[in-house]
Design a protein around this ligand. Sequence first.
Ligand code: NHR
Ligand code: GAR
Length: 218
Amino acid sequence: MRIAVLISGSGSNLQALLDEQGAGRLPGSVVEVLSNRADARGLQRAADAGVATTVFDHRAYDTREAFDAAVANHLQRLGIDLVVLAGFMRILTPTLIAPFAGRILNIHPSLLPDFRGLHTHERALDAGVQEHGCTVHFVTPELDAGPPICQGVVPVHTDDTPEALARRVQAQEHRIYPLAVRWYTSGRLTLADDGPWLDGRRLDAPVRVHAEDDVDAW
Ligand code: NHR
Ligand code: GAR
């Protein structure tokens, strides 16, 4: 399968996928890295890995739909099978989602449906939760509300700062995103009308992965 990764920033999740690919553990290949920001550090990570990159500056388009149409056409011309949002910061409209329905993944830095939106680590600390984490989900027009696939769960420490918590969560992002992409590109994971299916069974709840779990066993 041909994978495109959409980024806006540092690209550490992109790097985790490139590392899996380099180790021969990712069925399919990342053939395109697309950013809406020319200064995204992830573009250099892609270039270092020999992966093609393209910048679509959203400010060059009059509407979200015009931006999405340009990106969708580009991805269709490349024959992309799976779109992976990795720190991509532009809300997508049905103009891009419809042609790739069931083929767009995102990773969100919280245990959805808790803490949709931005600044999730600060909000988790303010809420005093004991557990926090990250969620890989299929992308639908409703923001941060697509069907969840898997979650990385971490404990919250009483002396946590948002930065410390973010680091603990990101370590799990770099484990569960390659896991979910592997499930999809190996044909084990699909999105049906009634939700995600993994290995022939409907996922009524996201698969929960803890730090001590061996994701390679999945
Ligand atoms: N698009 C859809 N339709 N559905 C989702 O679930 C999406 C999405 C696009 C991006 C990532 C999401 C996150 O994991 C994501 C999920 C950016 C914003 C946002 O407010 C919200 C959620 C996410 C990413 N973006 C502002 C906008 O106006 C711009 C913010 C900025 O540029 O810094 O697009 O957090
Ligand atoms: C990740 O923590 C991801 O959960 C979050 O941004 C970071 C991207 O880091 N995503 C969003 O908040 C918006 N999708 P990265 O650029 O190093 O992969």
